[in-house]
Design a protein around this ligand. Structure first.
Ligand SMILES: Nc1ncnc2c1ncn2[C@@H]1O[C@H](COP(=O)(O)OP(=O)(O)OP(=O)(O)O)[C@@H](O)[C@H]1O
Length: 295
């Protein structure tokens, strides 16, 4: 068996804070067996492999080769209900699979940011469930509408701080990211003195610093100039994680996304971008058709 399995086993076990003994107990094997698998000195049989995949809720492709199956769910939203002063989300259900790119659409005030907050676990639903097959502390990247930057730090300090929070110990990687995001020349400048678009670019860099399984972006390109927007889309095209993005940049939705979800009247309507195109429609036409019906 290749090296990927032993690395996956160690990382899945540590991520769930399971000791070798605790995992061994779940698998009905000795702790020494788990230790030997992790050192690459022995291999589990197929029954044990299936059991390991079950314990960590991953499929065999991921366990053996580190690959995600495109049909494997990363996020399952089940009949969510959320009220504030009025009912907002009335019965929201959907699924996001590995490597899916999903655009979340809806009128102002429809509840898109509230839905993102529920996914992040910042607020709790009144009813229903958010089932995540990832660790929200390690595997979730979020770019909110507010920049959440520390104005009194320099750009370099702000990036170093986020790298420390994310457990990234590779200065050449952060230097490279600063270059890619055209911020290297500003690394000694105070964050508070950057322009609005530069702040947005810095916040995007911070959101993309660690590799995540799900990236949630709330209107990421607002306030960016054309060059930064072009850079943003081409950079995102090379990211190897699922993406959920609130955006109304319809040209990009047609090119970049696999699925669209429309939040309207407290419920979600989902369509595959390929299906919409197969019906000779653009996503903008689809969106207009479904939002103008009740007006
Ligand atoms: N913590 C809260 N307490 C009370 N009302 C709230 C709270 N958070 C959101 N709301 C209300 O819920 C509604 C939906 O807000 P939300 O920000 O989720 O919409 P949105 O679809 O993201 O809107 P936009 O496109 O304008 O960003 C709004 O009427 C807002 O005032």
């Amino acid at each position: 068996m290749n090296n990927v399995f032993k690395q996956q086993l160690v990382s899945l076990r540590q991520r769930q804070s399971l000791s070798q003994a605790a995992l061994a107990q779940k698998l009905f094997v000795s702790r020494q067996s788990v230790s030997k698998w992790e050192l690459g000195e022995a291999e589990p049989d197929i029954d044990k492999l299936l059991k390991i995949a079950d314990v960590f809720s991953v499929d065999l492709n991921f366990l053996l080769a580190g690959l995600y199956s495109p049909n494997q769910s990363i996020l399952h939203i089940d009949h969510l209900v959320k009220k504030f002063n009025r009912p907002l989300l009335e019965d929201v259900s959907f699924n996001i699979n590995h490597n899916e790119r999903v655009a979340l659409l809806g009128d102002n005030g429809a509840g898109k940011t509230t839905l993102v907050n529920l996914i992040m676990g910042v607020i709790e639903p009144d009813q229903g469930e958010v089932k995540r097959s990832f660790d929200p502390h390690h595997d979730l990247g979020v770019m909110t509408q507010d920049n959440n930057l520390l104005d009194s730090l320099t750009v370099g300090e702000q990036v170093d701080l986020m790298a420390a929070i994310d457990g990234i110990k590779n200065p050449s990687y952060t230097a490279d990211m600063l270059k890619k995001f055209k911020l290297a020349n500003y690394s000694q400048n105070l964050v508070g003195k950057l322009s609005g678009g530069q702040k947005r670019r810095l916040f995007l860099l911070l959101s993309l610093l660690k590799k995540t399984k799900l990236l949630i972006l709330d209107e990421p390109t607002v306030g960016m100039d054309l060059k930064s927007i072009d850079f943003f889309w081409s950079y995102l095209d090379h990211i190897n994680s699922s993406v959920l993005m609130i955006t109304h940049d319809f040209n990009q939705i047609d090119k970049f996304f696999t699925k669209v979800m429309l939040l309207k009247d407290g419920q979600i309507m989902t369509a595959s971008v390929a299906d919409v195109h197969a019906n000779n429609q653009t996503i903008e036409q689809w969106y207009r058709r479904h939002t103008e019906v009740t007006k």
